[in-house]
Ligand binder design. Structure first.
Ligand code: BTN
Length: 271
């Protein structure tokens, strides 16, 4: 059988990294949700570092119970099964690690002006090109497994009206040039391996903060913090080693904002 693009990505990766960080790189023509697929693999006792890549998802999941529309033949949908040796409270930080990874891989393979909107939206020209959904099974002391699901809008050119002002794809942003999904996926898997190993060593983002801040779109800019106690404007400075966003209020006081607590917007829109 002819190799699919995920197999091609796996062989490109073998040329670049000789180790066996990824125990398996699996591909399905169709699946409900690659997160559900990798959660089943976690329940079945599969080891850490398995990638499940889908050509299409019939029940793709987004954050906050939303649907992630996942048409065939255009984009990348994949999930990683990990059993990281870190405390459960640090697992959410892996979402930022993946956001950084995708931004680095897009920049490396396309040269597009990609950035990160804190905490983990990957954006080009103020529009989102990637979504990440992290799910975990853990007891209070130990993580059993984490699944990080990532959807990258690669060659999609039509978006539903409801999201078209906020979403874009690499193809649209590169003047309709078709992007090779295998080359991009290889770069994502390679950067993730490197970033994850750094993260696991310190259980935080101390080794990745500099790279992350360099890609943070609203760094040094005025942002609106949608705090449940009342919105306010502040200047965003970058992240700390936990992934919290450091902002400085107009009166000079510094706040550290944790993801999940509040959302951060540009003064005039989404970014
Ligand atoms: C978001 O709402 O921004 C997160 C979207 C996450 C989508 C990806 S696609 C691969 C993986 N499988 C899923 O069902 N969802 C994630």
């Amino acid at each position: 059988m002819k190799d699919n693009w995920a197999d091609r990505a796996a062989s490109l990766l073998r040329e670049e990294c000789a180790d066996d960080f990824y125990k398996k790189i699996l591909y399905r023509e169709s699946t409900g949700s690659s997160n559900e697929w990798m959660k089943e693999a976690g329940e079945a006792g599969e080891p850490s570092c398995i990638a499940g890549i889908a050509e299409e998802q019939t029940a793709g999941k987004g954050r906050l119970g939303r649907t992630w529309v996942s048409p065939k033949g255009e984009n990348i949908y994949f999930s990683l099964l990990l059993r990281p040796d870190v405390e459960p409270r640090h697992a959410a930080t892996l979402t930022l690690v993946m956001g950084l990874t995708v931004a680095q891989a897009i920049r490396e393979t396309t040269g597009l002006p990609v950035g990160i909107k804190w905490p983990n939206d990957v954006v080009i020209n103020h529009r989102k090109v990637c979504g990440i959904l992290t799910e975990m099974k853990a007891d209070p002391e130990k993580i059993e497994y984490v699944v990080i699901g990532t959807g990258i809008n690669v060659n999609q050119t039509d978006f539903a009206e409801a999201i078209s002002s906020m979403a874009t794809s690499l193809r649209i942003e590169s003047g309709m040039r078709e992007i090779d999904r295998a080359v991009l996926l290889e770069s994502v898997l390679r950067h993730f391996r490197e970033n994850f190993l750094l993260f696991e060593k310190t259980e935080d983002l101390s080794g990745l903060m500099e790279a992350y801040d360099a890609l943070l779109v609203n760094r040094g800019q005025c942002v609106r913090i949608e705090d449940p106690k009342g919105p306010y404007t502040a200047v965003s400075k970058g992240i700390d080693e936990t992934g919290a966003l450091i902002v400085v209020r107009e009166d000079g006081t510094e706040e550290r904002i944790s993801s999940g607590e509040v959302s951060v917007r540009g003064l005039y829109g989404y970014v």
